[in-house]
Design a protein around this ligand. Structure first.
Ligand code: NGQ
Ligand code: ZN
Length: 451
């Protein structure tokens, strides 16, 4: 049993003082006791918070961040970015993917994130044939999470088509593509790649563009008890194509044809009508928002104000990893609403701190979307926690909600001192415990890939 003491901690019913936290050998919180006298030789922190989960990652895209900023011959958009991303894929070996993912996961941890949902679709060799072990790449993702110590919900992705109406995948997509039967074999094999008690397995049909209704019902009929994630309604063209194909918008289609419930996470859900927004919020599904990626790709702005008013659950993903800092993502989400509505403090309730509002939102939605018992400092939950660096100038003199507001709206990863994932103490004094080794391997891979 490890014991920590926090002068201030965010508990399920709010801030508490002098909180004793005991972490069991199993990585779960064993007890939480406010107003505890300080014992000698107990490690003490000014502030401890539950640490959030990142609900959407394509780890390999970390390597591409910053390399798609030169304008092409015409207007650039999501679709031209996607071509550049496809062009990059043939170079990546399984070892590269493992090294890139470990770098990403260590960076995410340093920003305060304790776990990630990896929406994993780079399955095959460059010529499209499966590796001898169909789950080779899934194993690499799991190994990377193991090196970084980050919690993992692995979401093997089903991908079989290049657009609505079932056209076959094209050459840029051959590393992703599986029949529904092969997908189910891959999914089973992926289970064997997970080794830690807090690892989870879920399913991810990529999008309504990438699977037919038949594929979708085949894979969902296989049944599983983890989360189901799908990209939906990110781009205007995607909505138009879905309407042309089915007469319905993507979220409308999903609501009618799938049993959307709290085990689902719809990634982006940017383009929804007011009716879709209200109906989706009602299901209890999580909206998987990826604010910096959505800005970077010119997706549009999610209607956060209505989603919040309708009681919708949401969480944050870093998706393409153009941003890798949870504070920046939360700020971008709130700022997008301010720019849209020409108001301030849009996602907070009356008299509530905006930092507290978005932080408690992301804790809850992220845990739900990962199927992870986390997001709360409560006995039985995984010990996913962070300690801010209260000596950092951004946080000087701040505590409780003022500390959250200052970190989220004007701070960054620099404000984080320590992070634990299921009790694994992976960030100490602002640095990931394996930062130098992981970054050294990453740098060598990038030099080779870009030579
Ligand atoms: C992805 N990313 O799967 O990486 C996608 C691009 C697609 C985002 N949607 C590919 N942001 O959607 O077809
Ligand atoms: Zn995505």
């Amino acid at each position: 049993m490890r014991k920590l003491q926090a002068k201030s901690a965010l508990l399920p019913d709010g801030w508490a003082r002098n909180v004793r936290i005991e972490i069991g050998a199993d990585g779960r919180l064993a007890s939480i006791t406010p107003e505890s006298p300080l014992e000698a030789a107990v490690e003490t922190f000014e502030t401890l918070l539950p640490a959030p989960s990142n609900l959407h990652s394509h780890a390999f895209q970390r390597a591409l961040a910053g390399l798609t900023e030169t304008r092409g011959p015409g207007d650039d958009d999501f679709w031209s970015w996607r071509e550049r991303m496809y062009d990059f894929l043939p170079r990546l070996t399984p070892e590269d993917v493992e090294i890139i993912a470990a770098q990403l996961y260590a960076e995410l941890a340093e920003s305060g994130i304790a776990a990630v949902a990896e929406f994993h679709y780079l399955h095959h060799q460059a010529d499209g044939t499966a590796y001898a072990d169909i789950a080779e790449m899934a194993g690499r993702i799991s190994a990377a999470a193991g090196q970084a110590g980050l919690g993992l919900t692995l979401l093997p992705v089903a991908y079989a088509r290049s657009g609505f109406g079932g056209a076959p995948t094209h050459s840029g997509q051959i590393r992703f593509s599986n029949s529904a039967e092969d997908y189910l074999a891959l999914w089973e094999a992926s289970r064997a790649c997970l080794h830690r008690a807090d690892d989870q397995l879920g399913m991810a049909p990529h999008s309504l563009r990438a699977v037919t209704p038949e594929d979708l019902s085949t894979i969902l009929a296989a049944g599983h008890d983890g989360p189901t994630h799908i990209h939906a309604a990110e781009q205007v063209r995607e909505v138009e194509d879905c309407l042309a194909w089915s007469g319905q918008r993507p979220v409308e289609w999903l609501l009618e044809h799938c049993n959307i419930n709290e085990r689902w996470c719809l990634i982006h859900a940017t383009q929804m009508t007011g009716t879709e927004t209200a109906a989706l919020a009602q299901t209890g599904a999580v909206a998987g928002l990826c604010p910096t990626t959505e800005a970077d790709l010119g997706d549009g702005i999610f209607n956060g104000r209505q989603w919040h008013a309708d009681g919708g659950k949401w969480g944050i993903g870093t998706d393409s990893h153009i941003g890798r800092d949870i504070a920046v993502e939360l700020r971008q989400l709130e700022w997008s609403q301010r720019l849209l509505y020409k108001q301030r403090t849009v996602l907070a309730d009356p008299m509530q701190s905006n930092g507290n509002a978005v932080y408690t939102g992301v804790l809850q939605g992220g845990a739900q979307a990962l199927g992870r018992k986390s997001g709360k400092l409560e006995a039985g939950y995984w010990a996913d926690m962070l300690a801010p660096d209260t000596e950092h100038p951004v946080l000087a003199g701040r505590s409780e909600d003022a500390l959250l507001d200052s970190w989220i709206f004007t701070g960054s990863r620099d404000c984080i001192s320590d992070v634990w994932s299921a009790g694994r103490h992976i960030v100490k004094d602002g640095q990931h415990i394996a930062r130098a080794e992981i970054a050294g391997r990453y740098s060598a891979v990038m030099k080779r890939l870009l030579a």
